[in-house]
Design a protein around this ligand. Structure first.
Ligand SMILES: C[S@@+](CC[C@H](N)C(=O)[O-])C[C@H]1O[C@@H](n2cnc3c(N)ncnc32)[C@H](O)[C@@H]1O
Length: 133
């Protein structure tokens, strides 16, 4: 939140459940902004072939309660939000580095393959993209 302190834009979170991470963001947000909070309240959608691990299995099934960690919802969220993110705004993928969520990483890698932004992978498993313009 500190790194977007000077950025005049809204926040959107996909997979809020009861809003725990939202509360952390709100508590450290020094700027008045709108929060757009999304949740299916039905858990994950159906995993696809893109979500299979090297052993051919998926870690999740439809209805499991994790963030938008599958290929299709990650791809679709990027397609929806990318043009709406302001210059220097951040796009964060919570489970980019998780071995349990290969589809989320695949969706990010494919989406940013031919775009100007690089993907910054954190040792804690998240990935951050700083929107170019
Ligand atoms: C682990 S919880 C979120 C936890 C929350 N961020 C927190 O810090 O407490 C994951 C949430 O993501 C939602 N979810 C999963 N896949 C989704 C999708 N494709 N679209 C919308 N919500 C989704 C689930 O319904 C669930 O409430």
């Amino acid at each position: 939140m500190r790194s977007i302190e000077r950025i005049d834009g809204d926040v959107a979170e996909c997979g809020v459940r009861q809003g725990r991470s939202t509360i952390f963001m709100l508590m450290s947000d020094l700027r008045p902004r709108q929060y757009h909070l999304f949740d299916s309240f039905a858990g994950l959608s159906e995993p696809t072939a893109e979500d299979r691990k090297r052993n051919g299995r998926t870690s999740w099934k439809s209805g499991d309660l994790i963030n938008v960690d599958l290929y299709e919802p990650t791809r679709d969220a990027l397609a929806f939000f990318y043009d709406r993110v302001c210059a220097h705004g951040l796009i964060i993928c919570d489970d980019y580095g998780s071995a349990l969520c290969p589809g989320a990483r695949k969706a990010f890698d494919q989406f940013f393959e031919n775009r100007p932004e690089g993907i910054i992978e954190l040792p804690t498993g998240q990935a951050i993209v700083v929107k170019a313009s």
